[in-house]
Design a binder for this molecule. Structure first.
Ligand SMILES: C[S@@+](CC[C@H](N)C(=O)[O-])C[C@H]1O[C@@H](n2cnc3c(N)ncnc32)[C@H](O)[C@@H]1O
Length: 344
């Protein structure tokens, strides 16, 4: 049983960061849980959610709701504690700044508990770059149609608009808004490719080009990780220049519909997915794989993924793996860099 599996919402809140007090959220979850224990405003906010299942991650929904208030500039005193908006104040002093914000926004924060956490981590595009390079090398085709089930806002479909800097190599436009450095992989040789089409699907897609969508996505990035927030903001600027269509739909059905569309012989179709398979019902993945296999005789086609090993190893440590069809070509972290290539 992990520390996140406490019996009640408030126990899960208190233990979410394993008792760490190294950062703002570690301190915040304890302060919120203490307030609950003493019958404070947190009881009003969480009323009716006491029996929510652990998987709802009520604690993260509440933290994101508070973060949204900070991001839109409605809590300047509290903002002093949030590194995501430049705050540097000592987290231990946060409660007197937080409590009035909670009291002033009870209704809004209760509504924020309806919103499931959603992340679109653009560091994962490093795995796509690695997989794409391998797929282009294998196929000899440089014109690429990118299809992404589980795409969230579709930011990783902009892989060709991002710049990557690794150990002794770089890729992507020199004037890119987003520069991902620390990409590692000293032996990596990125190849040239051209994205001729890009499209994604998600069960719950949303438009991230406006202020509301931007605040929504940013609110789920932990504020003590400002480098991830900075990457997201840069990717959102890219999205405003190159819009990406993300359809509403489940992975398998959507991939089936996309692969039914005609495509030129000189185009490599790449079905890419990252950190989404674990959320799919098992039959979704099996059905998508079957669809990909069935389509292979009709078009040059490859599946590229960054996903946890499936099944998860029961012993030892593990990292998400970069998959190109049935091959594991390397490993990244859950947030992307650095990349380590297999067999190097
Ligand atoms: C952790 S997010 C990852 C998003 C994106 N792939 C990334 O790496 O940044 C998982 C996404 O998968 C979507 N999702 C979950 N089940 C799905 C399904 N059966 N079909 C399509 N999308 C799904 C969720 O809505 C969510 O946006």
């Amino acid at each position: 049983m992990s520390a996140y599996d406490g019996a009640t919402v408030v126990e899960r809140m208190r233990s979410h960061f394993d008792g760490s007090t190294d950062h703002l959220y570690g301190v915040l979850v304890r302060a919120l849980a203490d307030d609950w224990d003493s019958g404070g405003v947190v009881r009003d906010i969480l009323a009716g959610r006491e029996d929510a299942p652990a998987g709802d991650m009520v604690q993260l929904r509440l933290l994101a709701g508070i973060h949204r208030i900070v991001l839109r500039g409605d809590a300047p005193e509290l903002a002093r504690f949030y590194p995501s908006v430049g705050g540097t104040a000592d987290p231990y002093a946060v409660w007197p700044a937080l409590e009035p914000v909670l009291r002033a926004h009870v209704a809004e924060l209760r509504t924020s508990l309806d919103v499931a956490p959603q992340t679109n981590e653009v560091g994962r595009s490093l795995a796509l770059l690695a997989g794409l390079s391998e797929a282009v090398r294998r196929s000899g085709l440089r014109r690429v149609r990118l299809l992404e089930p589980g795409a969230s806002a579709g930011l990783n479909l902009l892989v060709d608009r991002f710049r990557f800097v690794g150990d002794g190599w770089s890729a992507g436009p020199a004037d890119a808004h987003l520069v991902l450095d620390g990409c590692g992989a000293p032996e990596f040789a990125p190849v040239e490719f051209e994205v001729v089409e890009r499209r994604g699907c998600d069960l719950d897609p949303f438009d991230a080009t406006g202020a509301e969508g931007e605040a929504y996505l940013r609110s789920f990035v932990w504020p003590h990780m400002p480098e991830r927030d900075g990457r997201l903001v840069a990717a959102l600027a890219t999205l405003r220049e190159t819009q990406v269509a993300v359809d509403r739909g489940g992975a398998a059905e959507w991939v089936r519909a996309q692969l039914a569309e005609p495509v030129g012989d000189d185009v490599l179709t790449v079905v890419w997915h990252s950190i989404t398979r674990m959320y799919w019902p098992p039959q979704e993945y099996t059905a998508m794989l079957a669809t990909v296999e069935e389509a292979r005789p009709r078009m040059p086609l490859v599946r590229v993924a960054l996903e946890d090993p499936d099944p998860l190893p029961t012993t030892g440590s593990w990292r998400p793996q970069v998959e190109v069809d049935d091959d594991v070509i390397g490993w990244c972290t859950h947030h992307g860099p650095p990349l380590e290539l297999a067999g190097r």
